[in-house]
Design a binder for this molecule. Structure first.
Ligand code: SOE
Length: 408
């Protein structure tokens, strides 16, 4: 395999390298691989990311993934990866049950860390990770959690406009993240449906994104939540070839099912300290909705609305305009003045899902080179984790009132 980065020009080679070791090579691993390869070709970065090592438990599978995605070497044990002296940053793209162990070991070994969301499976793990990240900062090592939707140019623009005061005092945040890949009761019981692996279900996978986005855009953490969660299909077929199905006859394996131990959907309301009210919905049962993340914010002077399915646009209502001309208008977020866009295509040409990961790497590399805490930090990840735990606690209390004729 060619030395990664050798195709770069001489100027690129003079940048100090940032040697990356990544753990995990499924969907998120593929998205991160592409971003590590692309970021320094699009943006003028102070460090040159080098995809040095890819880690996965299956030697053949990880070798194939490394070839496809351009990683220079492979490991089958994350501990070996973390121990390597030729790795500067560990990128964690594994299920949530290994985030804390890998991140804590990597920070202790003097590596920078990028960790996929949600930060951890429990608040206790997230607290330990945030503490370790803060301690590592004193040694010039930094950690970021991968809430990539902060890096859509339109959401970054929304943040800028809100910080400029365009909406004035915030009254409402309304956020939904809808998918439908579990609507089929025959869909298999993957790791995402097991609490011990994923921590929670739609709540941690999708709800975490909208909670982070809401807190980021509002510029403040949620102060309280009230929630309902539901698991619609409680048993599902074991995935073919899974560990649980091993040892069963072919016929028995086909019929075998396992328990879903996470939520399928979570619905919650929230209150910000400023008094703004928020509502959230996260589900994998919204038939026809594939990856639909929407967020709308209403303030005393105007509103903003974003829809991931139209990610090059931001809707803006300027309430200070005279009534006859006011109303939502579409900002096409493709101008060089918009966040991240001076490095990409001419106006109107548009970006997609994968660019959010490239922007994430851009911002992380700058923060590392400039010796400052990247955002979202592990402290931000912990703030989201605490909201997820509060949602689960509220849902478990099930404080649902039955409509009745009279209440005495
Ligand atoms: C699966 O539901 C998933 O890949 C999430 O894990 C990602 O975070 C989200 O961006 C898209 O959907």
């Amino acid at each position: 395999m060619a030395e990664p980065g050798t195709e770069d020009g001489p100027g690129e080679r003079r940048r100090p390298p940032l040697r990356v070791g990544m753990v995990g090579h499924a969907f998120m691993g593929a998205a991160h691989s592409q971003a590590w390869r692309t970021a320094h070709r699009v943006f003028d970065l102070p460090l040159r990311p080098v995809p040095a090592a890819l880690c996965g438990r299956n030697a053949d599978a990880v070798r194939r993934a490394a070839e496809r995605h351009g990683w220079a070497s492979t490991e089958t044990d994350w501990r070996a990866l973390v121990a390597r002296e030729d790795i500067d940053l560990v990128d964690i793209c594994t299920p949530g049950d290994s985030h804390a162990d890998i991140a804590l070991a990597a920070l202790a070994a003097g590596k920078h860390v990028l960790c996929e969301k949600p930060l951890a499976n429990t608040v206790a793990e997230a607290e330990a990770m945030a503490r370790a990240a803060e301690e590592a900062e004193a040694r010039g090592r930094f950690a970021m959690v991968g809430f990539n939707y902060r890096r859509v140019p339109a959401t970054a623009l929304a943040r800028r406009m809100i910080a400029e005061g365009r909406l004035g005092r915030l009254r409402h945040v309304r956020a939904t993240y809808l998918q439908d890949w579990l609507a089929d009761p025959g869909a298999p019981l993957t790791w995402r449906l097991r609490r011990e692996r994923a921590g929670s279900g739609a709540l941690g996978d999708l709800g975490a994104h909208v909670v982070d986005l809401a807190q980021y855009l509002a510029g403040e953490p949620l102060a309280g939540v009230s929630a309902l969660t539901e698991t619609f299909v409680r048993r599902r077929p074991l995935p073919a070839g899974s560990e649980a199905a091993r040892g069963l006859s072919a016929r028995a394996a086909e019929d075998a099912t396992g328990e879903v131990t996470v939520d399928d959907a979570a619905l919650f309301t929230g209150r910000f300290a400023s008094g703004a009210l928020a509502s959230f919905e996260a589900t994998r049962y919204a038939t026809g909705r594939k990856n639909s993340l929407r967020i709308e914010l209403n303030g005393e002077h105007g509103s903003l609305a974003f829809d991931l399915e139209r990610l090059n646009e931001l809707a803006y209502h300027d309430g200070t305009e005279p009534g006859e001309r006011a109303g939502f208008r579409r900002i096409l977020v493709t101008e060089p003045e918009h966040p991240y866009l001076d490095a990409w295509w001419p106006p109107g040409h548009g970006l997609g899902y994968e660019h959010t990961f490239v922007h994430q790497i851009r911002d992380l590399v700058h923060a590392i080179a400039e010796g400052r805490r990247p955002e979202p930090s592990f402290a931000d990840g912990l703030r989201v984790q605490r909201v997820l735990a509060a949602v689960e606690e509220s849902a478990a209390k099930n404080a649902v009132y039955t409509p009745t004729d009279t209440r005495s």
